[in-house]
Write a protein that binds this ligand. Structure first.
Ligand code: C2E
Ligand code: MG
Ligand code: MG
Length: 829
């Protein structure tokens, strides 16, 4: 019974059970063979394994069969083909030994473990998949022990926190968590371990290996073992540092813009696309008289009106529903006019300046508009003031040259067809500089103001008096029908200015004069520039020919002006290339007929042409070029004296003409001393000629300078004596050795009047104890007359013209030779 029961059980288990002898033939098998191999279980006994399981299965099992028959118990897993398809099996072969130990056969137990195998495969696969995902995940991942030790990390986490995998082995998550975030993390971690939650998510900060903060989102989940005990924790860490920084920046920018908007003086209004107000800043609230809250959502036209200042046209905003995106505001008619007024809620209008622009989102879509205005009341007043200042002289309040020019152009335009003229009078105050220098700038300013009002009084209201520069004034007479009227105005102005000025704080009356150059439209020019230039040229001529009068422009003046320009260009060039030459004219002692000195006279060399100083000295003085020229002359004279030393010409003194422009400079005296020292020339070898006109307006400095020069040993002479109206007492005070009578007087000695004048000059020289030299002696008669009157020295073509240095040397030697021969003949006779 029990045996039967045992067999029944064996037959009913799903596993294959059998006993096989050493010939691989079944001696016993259960019924499961039917299911597995589709054979009648009863027919199997005595059959070989191969015949029952088939060749393919047998090949796989053969190695196990051989081994079990060799006495080894076998446990294997293999995949077999059965009647119901492939099965994954676990087989066990146990050897059966006889008493003597020999193998009699073996027991077979084969169970189908396909299901378990499949599960195992799936598990392996999912583990592999997890490992792959873990390794290649873009976010950081870690497996952490329940104690917090980091068991495994993926490369992303290594990169994120700067540690290598090996370094992580020694770390716990507590070590890499920002101290401020640790408590919260630990709390959640504990709760999870305790089972009150299965996972948690938090935003926290890690500390990178190089100590900077990493912002992250942490996802933690717990993995439990079979018994439900915590096995490990999987942590996913997403780096959000960049996002955090961007958010912070955005926040700061937003804060900043809010603070800016609140504090700037400009009114800022924003609207949505349709023009409905979305915000006003405080300045806007103040300016338009609406609070931001009440204004919100309203269309702009309800809040204020914009009026164009030019035509008072009221600009009304389009109704919201009419607004077409960007066309609103930006292209709205009148909206962008600069000269606009804003009419506030209370009806008050304020001048404003505004700009408007669309607000766009990231994609460039217009999402609204921003309007910015500011109150320009102050600026507009200021601009008006500036405009006035730009066109007026602050001292005299007269229009300036710019406004003069504009008015002149208007006058020209108006008279173009009427046949009338326009007159430009360009005036220059004489001796303003002297007033400034001697009485101070306060006095000079007073004088200018007074002169301005006197000039204004000389013309009609429709005429314009303007100040062009320091001492320059312009008078514009539009609509002149008779040129004599112009002359009358000029004369009236001259007379008026010639009257003494009584200045506050100045005891003595001050006398100045004015000269005018006049040009007429259309006669002298057809545009403002030409006319103003012509007046300038005419003024220059007036000043050349003595001051205090006026002159109309003429074509000849233009020729002279052109000549002046030509010479100026030539001079500039000559200064660069040192194209000057010095000629020397002897000065004769009349009793001995010997040269006692020579006068150095400069010439300008322009190719073959030798240009006389009368044509360029004045221009050189006006342009300042006299400075380099003057110093060139001085240096050349010193060189000449040095080279003459020890020759027949060694005893000659050289007279130098010094321009007042040069002599007035403070450094003249020391520089001159330095120059003579450089060439080893003694000051007594040099005589300095100063023209009398230099002394007509002497500053205190020139007299002082002359005294210094005199003390240093230079001889001093007054050139062109008689042309400058120096007073007797004044002459007496100056340290002058010699008076050189201008050649124009010598020319006239033949006439009775001329003779009287020169006679007086000679007497004056004698009275003052000065030596007198007659210049420009050309004839025997002149010489005889001069000798008769006791004149001691003379210069002139009669004796010798100015000569180049080598000619001079030969001429003087020949003279000396002839003279000594004559005297020896005299002695012999
Ligand atoms: P100045 O100093 O009175 O010189 C005398 C001028 O009279 C010289 O003219 C000379 O050539 C000329 N002259 C001499 N004898 C006679 C004569 O018998 N008849 C006539 N008609 N003229 C005679 P130049 O060389 O043309 O010089 C003219 C002026 O130029 C000089 O007058 C002087 O004021 C100025 N000048 C000449 N050289 C210099 C210089 O190196 N520096 C400065 N600052 N001025 C100079
Ligand atoms: Mg001279
Ligand atoms: Mg002279």
């Amino acid at each position: 019974m029990s045996k039967l029961l045992g067999i029944s059980i064996l037959n009913n288990v799903p596993a294959l059970m059998a006993y096989v002898d050493c010939d691989e033939r079944y001696l016993f098998n259960n019924n499961a063979y039917k299911d597995w191999y589709g054979v009648d279980p009863l027919s199997i006994r005595g059959q070989t394994i191969r015949s029952v399981v088939g060749d393919r299965n047998y090949t796989r099992l053969k190695p196990f069969i051989e081994r079990v028959l060799a006495g080894e118990p076998i446990l294997y897993e293999e995949s077999l083909i059965t009647a119901t398809g492939p099965r994954y099996v676990q087989g066990s072969y146990s050897p059966d030994r006889a008493e003597d130990g020999t193998i009699r056969g073996f027991f077979v137990l084969v169970s189908d473990i396909s299901e378990r195998h499949r599960l195992e495969l799936r598990l392996k696969e999912s583990e592999a998949r997890f490992a792959g995902a873990f390794q290649s995940a873009g976010i950081g991942m870690a497996i952490v022990s329940p104690e917090g030790r980091i068991l495994q990390v993926n490369p992303a986490l290594c990169i994120m926190l700067g540690y290598t995998e090996a370094e992580f082995d020694t770390l716990s998550f507590q070590d890499i968590t920002h101290p401020d975030d640790l408590a919260a993390d630990l709390r959640s971690f504990k709760d999870m371990l305790a089972g009150t939650r299965v996972a948690y998510t938090m935003e926290k900060r890690y500390i990178h290996k190089d100590r900077h903060e990493i912002h992250a989102i942490l996802n933690v989940s717990l993995v439990r073992d079979f018994d439900g005990a915590p096995l490990h924790v999987v942590a996913q860490v997403q780096n959000i540092t960049d996002r955090k920084i961007a958010e912070d920046r955005l926040f700061r920018e937003h804060e900043l813009s809010q603070v800016t908007l609140r504090s700037i003086g400009d009114a800022v209004i924003t609207t949505d696309v349709k023009g409905a107000v979305t915000s006003l800043n405080p300045a806007a609230e103040n300016m338009i008289g609406w609070l931001s809250e009440e204004a919100k959502g309203r269309p702009l036209h309800e809040l204020f009106t914009i009026v164009s200042r030019n035509d008072d046209a009221i600009f009304s905003f389009p109704r919201p529903q009419e607004i077409e995106e960007e066309r609103f505001v930006l292209h709205g008619s009148g909206w962008q006019a600069a000269n606009t007024m804003l009419v506030r809620r209370d009806g008050v209008a304020i001048p404003i300046e505004e700009t408007a622009a669309p607000i766009r989102d990231r994609l460039g879509e217009v999402v609204g508009h921003v309007l910015v205005f500011h109150d320009v009341t102050k600026q507009r007043t200021l601009t008006a003031q500036m405009a006035y200042l730009a066109h007026h002289d602050t001292l005299t309040d007269l229009p300036n040259r710019i406004l003069f020019k504009t008015r002149l152009e208007q006058a020209i335009a108006q008279t173009r067809h009427s046949g009338a003229s326009v007159a430009v009078l360009f005036g220059d105050l004489d001796r303003l500089k002297l007033t400034n220098d001697t009485l101070g700038h306060g006095a000079g300013d007073q004088l200018l103001k007074e002169a301005a009002s006197r000039l204004r009084a000389c013309v009609r209201d429709s005429d314009m008096v303007s100040r062009w520069a320091g001492d320059e004034f312009g008078i514009l007479l539009p609509n002149v029908t008779d040129a004599s009227v112009v002359a009358t105005v000029a004369q009236r102005a001259i007379t008026s200015i010639a009257e003494a000025f009584h200045l506050a704080g100045v005891d003595q009356p001050v006398n100045v004069g004015i000269s005018f150059g006049i040009s007429l439209y259309p006669h002298d020019g057809r545009d403002s520039d030409t006319l103003m230039q012509a007046a300038d040229v005419a003024l220059y001529e007036v000043k050349r020919n003595g001051r205090g009068s006026y002159q109309f422009f003429s074509r000849g003046m233009n020729d002279r002006a052109r000549e002046r320009t030509r010479i100026e260009a030539m001079l500039r060039q000559a200064v660069r290339t040192e194209s000057f030459e010095l000629h020397y004219q002897p000065r004769m002692d009349l009793s001995s007929r010997k040269a006692v000195g020579v006068e150095a006279l400069v010439r300008l060399r322009n190719r073959d042409e030798l240009i006389a100083p009368s044509r360029f000295i004045r221009i050189a003085e006006e342009t300042g070029l006299i400075m380099p020229i003057g110093w060139w002359v001085i240096e050349r004279v010193c060189q000449q004296l040095k080279s003459w030393a020890g020759t027949d010409l060694g005893g000659l003194t050289v007279a130098l003409n010094v321009s007042p422009v040069q002599a007035r400079r403070e450094d003249f005296y020391p520089s001159l001393l330095a120059m003579t020292a450089k060439y080893g020339v003694h000051p007594s070898q040099i005589e300095l000629e100063i023209t009398e006109s230099t002394l007509v307006e002497p500053g205190p400095s020139i007299t002082a300078c002359m005294n210094l020069l005199k003390d240093a040993g230079f001889a001093m002479s007054l050139d062109d004596f008689g042309t400058g109206y120096s007073s007797f007492s004044y002459l007496n005070r100056l340290p002058i050795d010699t008076l050189k009578i201008d050649r124009s007087f010598i020319h006239d000695v033949a006439s009775p009047q001329g003779a009287v004048v020169v006679d007086a000059m000679l007497a004056l020289g004698k009275a003052l104890g000065k030596k007198v030299v007659a210049e420009g002696v050309e004839t025997q008669e002149q010489l005889d007359w001069l000798m008769d009157k006791g004149c001691e020295e003379a210069q002139g073509y009669f004796f010798c013209p100015p000569l180049a240095p080598d000619e001079l040397a030969t001429t003087l030697q020949v003279r000396a030779l002839l003279q000594s021969r004559a005297s020896s003949m005299d002695a012999g006779s």
